[in-house]
Design a protein around this ligand. Structure first.
Ligand SMILES: N[C@@H](CCC(=O)N[C@@H](CS)C(=O)NCC(=O)O)C(=O)O
Length: 207
């Protein structure tokens, strides 16, 4: 199994899950500026959309962060990275995956990473993110993880995306519970392994 990744990008979510699940996998780095893999392959030939993460399993290539984290967790049910099927917690996990994807991931990326994004657009995104982060902060005041008392794939995804605040200069100080959550997730041994393997600092920022 091969995981195509770019350091600190959304591919960190399936990377964390693969490690939390103790699955064997090979990491293949992709340069998102040139869309070439570390060994010079044209990444568009692997994923025609050109973006990471992509996961190659038995010759099939799969994409989409929220779907990949669930696929990986299903490969290792003994790791309990998803609540049992048919429970309210399982449904919450799916809701959070969708929320992180549509309300946070795609609010930030690519807009806040592009120098050409208009200042008014940046301002609107910052205002929306403040509302989203305040909601997460209020939830995490009551419970340690998004779906309750256990770490799930939704936390791997949320950590990955909220970690971008390190790269786009958003201060998490107004959200103390979200900040404490980020620290708690970063300290997990498998998350540390993933951050290290991607060349990031122990806190998730640039090393
Ligand atoms: N819908 C995809 C989006 C993936 C995505 O936005 N990947 C970014 C990195 S976080 C990327 O590779 N951007 C470069 C590009 O689109 O060329 C997912 O949820 O996985």
């Amino acid at each position: 199994m091969k995981l195509y990744f770019s350091p600190g990008s959304c591919s960190l979510a399936p990377h964390i899950v693969a490690r939390e699940a103790s699955l064997p996998f090979e990491l293949v780095r992709v340069d998102l500026a040139t869309h070439k893999t570390a060994d010079g392959e044209d990444f568009y030939k692997i994923n025609p959309r050109g973006y990471t993460p992509a996961l190659e399993v038995d010759g099939e290539v799969h994409t989409e962060s929220a779907a990949l984290v669930q696929y990986l967790a299903e490969m290792a049910p003994e790791a309990h990275l998803m609540p049992p099927r048919g429970t309210a917690e399982r449904q919450r996990m799916k809701e959070w995956l969708s929320f992180i994807s549509l309300e946070v991931h795609k609010a930030i990326s690519p807009w806040l990473f592009q120098s050409t994004t208009a200042e008014s657009t940046r301002q609107a995104i910052h205002e929306k993110l403040a509302i989203r982060f305040a909601e997460l902060d209020a939830l995490l005041e009551k419970q340690p993880f998004l779906t309750g008392s256990s770490f799930t794939v939704a936390d791997a995804y949320a950590f990955t995306i909220v970690n971008w605040t390190n790269f786009v200069n958003i201060d998490l100080a107004p959200y103390p519970y979200l900040r404490a959550y980020m620290k708690r997730i970063a300290e997990r041994p498998k998350v540390q392994e993933a951050l290290h393997a991607e060349g990031l600092s122990a806190e998730g920022g640039k090393a």
